[in-house]
Design a protein around this ligand. Sequence first.
Ligand code: LLP
Length: 434
Amino acid sequence: MYFYGTTGVNKNGNLEIGGVDAIELTQSFGTPLYVYDVALMRERAQGFKRAFEEQNIKAQVAYASKAFSTIAMIQLAEEEGLSLDVVSGGELYTAVAAGFPVERIHFHGNNKSRDELEMALDNRIGCIVVDNFFELELLNTICLEKKASVNILLRVTPGIEAHTHDYILTGQEDSKFGFDLQNGQAEEALKMALHFEYLEVLGLHCHIGSQIFETTGFLLAAQKIVEKMDVWKKKLSFEAKVLNLGGGFGIRYTKEDEPRPPSQYVSEIIREVKILTEQFSLEMPEIWIEPGRSLVGDAGITLYQVGSSKEVPGVRKYLAVDGGMSDNIRPALYQAKYEAVLANKPLDKPNETVSIAGKCCESGDMLIWDLPLPEAGEKDILAVFCTGAYGYSMSNNYNRIPRPAVVFVENGKAALVVKRESYEDLIRYDIPLK
Ligand code: LLP
């Protein structure tokens, strides 16, 4: 068992997060409950930013808000001086509603609609990451209609795909995202964009994957892109001011995971880009990154009430909680693994192995397989660690289960930042036949 951030055990013997007793949180706000350790999110943000500042590198650290987009979270990102990556009209709307500085918003997505692009232009956001030819033409048309200029990055696929420990090089990347760097599409897009009067091409973007532990994939991607920057400087007199290497920095979900600290990803990226640009006599571009998971993932803990259990003799014991794939679909979707303890007795020695089931009508609704735990029953609260990224943001109402509330804790205080959905909320958009 390990604790991190401000998580620990208090004098009542209960799990404590941000100086607040987890059991008291469940009494005040109910279960399931998403709890975020705000100090840890601040620390993670500062870790990335500091790594650039220490080396005097112009940079933007854009929080990939798809990991967890709510008004409070976006305001926290603002407080920490982050930029923001949004991927839909809804995420953009949330950012604007949160009062996030528009000039630090970057808009992603492989199928932005006319409405979404207009919304981005009307809000004068910092940059649009153009993904494909359709979007390039559409954006140009809208800019001409509105006589509005906009900064863009071109999203390229460098032919590198990274998954956790591995990265693979693919000749021609089979991806729905971006302009292919190898087959000439990226160059064609750049030529077009440079001719469009209202589009200012700031530079290039790539994102090679998610939950990546090794730095190699990022360095290879940088290498592929900087090589092209050299070609395009000579051929098209284009000099990229920005190199955005995306997100994907891994976190520790279980003891099997061994991510690097943020500073290591950043310092190795800086080092590589410096070497490459010097080698090609290019100006050092600004480096932008887009961490999502690594800013919020391990700051999130979900608290569940334990309910029924079922023993299959000689096979396993199922222990059910009052949530499941409706608040955390990652185990069902990706076979994601998590660690958990009983929040009311986190230091008790496990004396059995149980598998944590959700309450949804689906056999695949399992949160954790084979978890060592002290004997648990209906008085117990299960705390599942590292649920801060893609938990709430991928939550759903399967089986008409209301979404849980979200609480931020810091310095002994808890603040409700998303209300629990009610049954009335669930039928709000239903239109009766009679
Ligand atoms: N930038 C771009 C362009 C992305 O597509 C993503 C994630 C990120 C940044 C942030 O990546 P992160 O630092 O969070 O790994 N639902 C999946 C993750 C999907 C990630 C999609 N793109 C999960 O729960 O693991």
